[in-house]
Design a protein around this ligand. Structure first.
Ligand code: ZN
Length: 146
């Protein structure tokens, strides 16, 4: 689903997108494949532990897989992250990641490139949950910087 104007996105719609990604996460389940980079991310302030696998090829994010134990915000934001970034080139992905950070930190951002990730646009109202929404994004950033 592509959301054009996320600032007017209704709370119920946001909640149902998050819930859908929590109940039926995309790209969950790791693979036995040496061509993937592996990243482990922990959030001490919650129960979150996420393992990411990323396949890069010629500057494109070909695939992302994840598993782990985590809260609803962390699982749904990880699923949305994979859905948003798979198929993107690294430069575009970096731009999306930066805009996502800006949104979480209440700085100016371009909502149009965030796609579904814009559902977390009011997570800043729950400061103790920010890390849950950021964890896998930090992980993917680490992977593509390698
Ligand atoms: Zn969490």
């Amino acid at each position: 689903m592509y959301l054009e104007r996320c600032d007017i996105m209704d709370q119920n719609l946001k909640r149902s997108i998050m819930l859908e990604h929590y109940q039926n996460p995309k790209n969950k389940g790791l693979v036995e494949d040496e061509t993937y980079l592996k990243i482990n991310m922990n959030n001490e302030s919650c129960i979150d532990e996420i393992n990411l696998m990323v396949k890069l090829d010629k500057g494109i994010i070909k695939d992302i897989k994840f598993d782990g134990e985590a809260c609803a915000i962390c699982i749904s934001s990880t699923s949305i992250m994979t859905d948003t970034l798979i198929g993107k080139d690294i430069e575009t992905a970096k731009k999306i990641i930066q805009n996502y950070y800006n949104m979480i930190e209440e700085k100016a951002y371009d909502e149009n490139i965030l796609e579904q990730a814009a559902v977390y646009n009011d997570i800043s109202k729950q400061p103790n949950r920010k890390k849950c929404a950021l964890l896998s994004w930090w992980g993917i950033e680490k992977a593509i910087k390698k």
